[in-house]
Design a protein around this ligand. Structure first.
Ligand SMILES: Cc1cc2nc3c(=O)[nH]c(=O)nc-3n(C[C@H](O)[C@H](O)[C@H](O)COP(=O)(O)O)c2cc1C
Length: 178
């Protein structure tokens, strides 16, 4: 196979986890939303996940202080709003208003759910030891919601530089992974 050298800054584009999610948060009376694609599951039960949130992001400050957020799973219909939330800074604007998204009350955290999203995970931060060095926060999902009326939810996956892949064909194989 004739392979070429891949520039190291492009590595992430091939291993990008998905789906792209929206992180909603709240500090005082101010809500915020950021777009995030760098996340990974760590444990099934309780569901635990790691999120990379840059120190420059307003969300970083909110999560560090409030120790909670909601991870919202958008589908392709929301793609433009998802990118909008990732291209703007919540210190300056109300992203719920700016992008026509609807906040609704969560059960276990103050941060709002984003109504338009297919699923919402209420999260409590359980570890921030890697935050200063890598921007990594570990969250436990304490409550999860899903809209089961959506029969074909297609999530979006970022491949870098504004290129996204939308979920497609489903194949089923006898995998031992739950
Ligand atoms: C598709 C996409 C994926 C992104 N993924 C991440 C991510 O995983 N981690 C991160 O820190 N920023 C990520 N960003 C950038 C943040 O969403 C962006 O810096 C945003 O302005 C932060 O908002 P805030 O300052 O209001 O918190 C992503 C942006 C886009 C468009």
């Amino acid at each position: 196979m004739a392979k070429q050298s891949l520039p190291l800054p492009e590595v992430y584009q091939l291993i990008e986890p998905g789906p792209v999610v929206l992180v909603s948060s709240m500090m005082g009376e101010q809500t915020n939303i950021m777009t995030m694609s760098w996340h990974m599951m760590i444990e099934f039960e309780p569901p635990t996940l790691a999120c990379a949130i840059s120190a420059g992001d307003y969300t970083y400050d909110i999560v560090k202080k409030t120790k909670e957020c909601v991870i919202n799973i958008p589908t392709e219909e929301l793609a433009k709003k998802v990118v909008g939330c990732g291209n703007t800074i919540g210190r300056d604007i109300d992203k719920f208003k700016q992008f026509g998204l609807t906040p609704s009350a969560a059960a276990c955290v103050r941060a709002p759910l984003i109504d338009e999203c297919y699923a919402n995970f209420e999260c409590k931060m359980i570890d921030s030891k890697l935050a200063a060095k890598y921007g990594i926060f570990i969250f436990e999902v304490v409550k999860a919601w899903i809209d089961r009326s959506q029969k074909n939810p297609r999530t979006i996956h970022h491949q870098g530089n504004g290129k996204f892949v939308v979920d497609g064909e489903i194949i089923r194989l006898p995998s031992r992974m739950k």
